[in-house]
Design a protein around this ligand. Structure first.
Ligand code: TEU
Ligand code: CA
Length: 539
């Protein structure tokens, strides 16, 4: 492994800046807030952070609608703050990734403002306009956030494509001048010393012909990894390669079979966040993760990238409800087991802020507590379908991505230590018992477990570049070996309600080994009980 592949033995941490730490008493998390919490991240042991967008934005989609790629949203601070953040991180050996959002801009980006002026404005072709009389949209494509993906512009007699909110017009990647400006902008950030990017919605930059209709059974295929994207990814890679930066693509539609072409040697990027494992079951309002289906997806991605390719491993992010709720069990030992089930698979593990202390979904009691455009639209949708308010609230609240965006729970003090003003989003009331300060004091807490797990992960390259052997068992029981020339480890994480029965050969191999980490006191290789797990190093 070359030193350029440092990320293969590393751990990432995702920061949602709006909700991490407020430093100036306006109720909104900011860059100086992140700087003030770096020692926490050092203590935790993470190697790099990915920070969600802090660029200038009217904030229709919490920063994913960018109106100036090279300026910082004043709420978050200044460019100087960013420089200071990068320097402070580097001084503490933490690398920094920013979000790169280039599928779309804000409708208030100067390019779009120009584009709206006339059909022959040079910026008009930076976006995807189609002649249209406004009676019916150019085709039946829907946006990820609901309703038609087209917005009619009367003064142009055209509609433009937006696969997210209408305030997020899609960029036209066929336009060479637009692409050149994007690459320039990337260099601007890389020259400031960033260590990489998380590539937002990157598999959507190429679209099918407008004549191809949407099909209900595969709604997004006209803008997910569509042929022709190769050229743009190759060009992006040229920029990345110049700086040897880390690149993590949010690339839905790239199948596990195809993934090695993207993430293997010579691939466009280093790893992919697959979005397939988000498999749920149960009635609207009480969904839980469908464990067998979830595990199938994760194991398939492991198998399909065994030799070529690399995985980005995660259970939470800013687009999903909290794992402690959606896996249906917020018992600390279960959450430790959940950590074990994904963290040491082959790939680079990520922790989403608050996951390490077991933060849970917000107990919504009124619609005003929702923030996201998507949550509000879904709520209106359920009401329109005949639900009463409480039912609609429950349905949206269970799965809403707002759940993951409540302020980080640092302590049991006012507003969980996030701010001394009114927080921009409600703090989850469970902060009084679930917070960093109390878990730091408790050697048996989830936070303490994560620290041990991170340190173990980094202690042996067997957990990095080592091989993985997935051992078949009950669905929902994650059992695998990690092996290199120096060491062999067996990881067992039992998320089911049945005891694990290991194959005799495995028991023989590891029985005399040493338990290097376990979720509870009564760890025993011959009887890994429901909701528990352990790691054994071969003797
Ligand atoms: O999310 C994008 C996203 O989830 C889709 O691109 C995904 O591919 C699709 O739903 C597949 O089912 C990112 C950000 O993470 C999110 O917060 C933003 O709202 C969105 O992009 C728009 O920028
Ligand atoms: Ca602030």
């Amino acid at each position: 492994m070359s030193t350029q592949e440092w990320w293969k033995n590393s751990v990432g941490y995702q920061i949602y800046p709006r909700s991490f730490q407020d430093s100036n008493g306006d109720g909104i998390g900011d860059i100086r807030g992140i700087i003030s919490r770096l020692d926490y991240l050092v203590e935790l042991g993470v190697d790099f952070i990915w920070i969600n967008p802090v660029y200038k934005s009217p904030n229709v989609d919490n920063g994913y609608d960018i109106s100036d790629y090279e300026a910082i949203q004043p709420e978050y601070g200044t460019l100087d703050d960013v420089k200071e953040l990068i320097a402070a991180c580097h001084q503490k050996n933490i690398k920094v990734l920013f979000d790169l959002v280039v599928n779309h801009t804000s409708n208030l980006h100067p390019w779009f403002v120009e584009a709206m002026k006339s059909k022959d404005n040079p910026y008009h072709d930076y976006y995807l306009f189609v002649d249209n009389d406004g009676t019916t949209p150019p085709n039946n494509w829907e946006s990820f956030f609901g309703n038609s993906a087209w917005e009619y512009v009367p003064q142009l007699q055209q509609s433009y494509l937006h696969i997210f909110a209408k305030e997020q017009p899609d960029l036209n990647w066929k336009n060479k001048a637009m692409r050149a400006e994007i690459y320039q902008m990337m260099l601007f950030w890389l020259d400031l010393g960033l260590d990489g990017f998380r590539l937002d919605a990157i598999s959507h930059i190429q679209k099918a012909d407008w004549a191809v209709p949407m099909v209900k059974t595969d709604k997004w295929r006209n803008f997910m990894n569509v042929a022709g994207i190769e050229q743009y990814m190759t060009e992006l890679k040229q920029v990345f390669d110049e700086y040897h930066v880390l690149t993590v693509g949010e690339a839905s539609g790239v199948s596990s079979k195809k993934a090695p072409e993207w993430t293997g040697d010579g691939g466009y990027i280093n790893m992919i966040f697959e979005l397939e494992h988000n498999q749920k079951t149960g009635k609207n309002g009480s969904e839980v993760i469908d464990l067998p289906a979830y595990q199938d997806v994760i194991y398939r991605w492991q198998r399909d990238q065994l030799k070529e390719g690399w995985n980005a491993l995660y259970i939470e992010n800013h687009d999903n409800p909290r794992a402690a709720t959606i896996f249906g069990n917020d018992n600390p030992e279960y959450l430790k087991t959940l950590a074990l089930s994904y963290f040491l698979l082959r790939g680079t593990p990520f922790i989403y802020q608050g996951q390490e202390i077991g933060m849970t979904n917000f107990p919504y009691s009124k619609v005003e507590q929702f923030d996201g455009v998507d949550a509000k639209m879904q709520y209106a949708d359920w009401l329109a379908k005949g639900d009463d308010e409480l039912t609609a609230l429950k349905k949206v609240g269970r799965v809403s991505r707002d759940n993951s965006r409540t302020p980080m729970q640092w302590s049991g003090e006012t507003n969980a230590g996030f701010t001394n003003a009114t927080p921009w989003m409600n703090v989850n009331p469970d902060y009084t018992t679930r917070n960093v300060a109390s878990e730091e004091q408790d050697a048996a807490s989830l936070l303490s477990f994560y620290k041990q797990l991170i340190s173990l992960k980094k202690s042996s390259a067997a957990f990095g570049t080592g091989t993985i052997k997935l051992i078949t068992s009950e669905p929902g029981q994650f059992v695998f070996e990690r092996v290199n020339e120096d060491a062999s480890y067996l990881v067992v994480a039992n998320l089911t309600t049945l005891d694990v029965e290991l194959p005799a050969a495995i028991v023989n191999n590891y029985q005399t080994g040493k338990i290097v980490l376990s979720t509870g006191a009564a760890a025993d290789i011959t009887k890994v009980k429901p909701g528990t797990g352990l790691i054994i190093q071969k003797g």
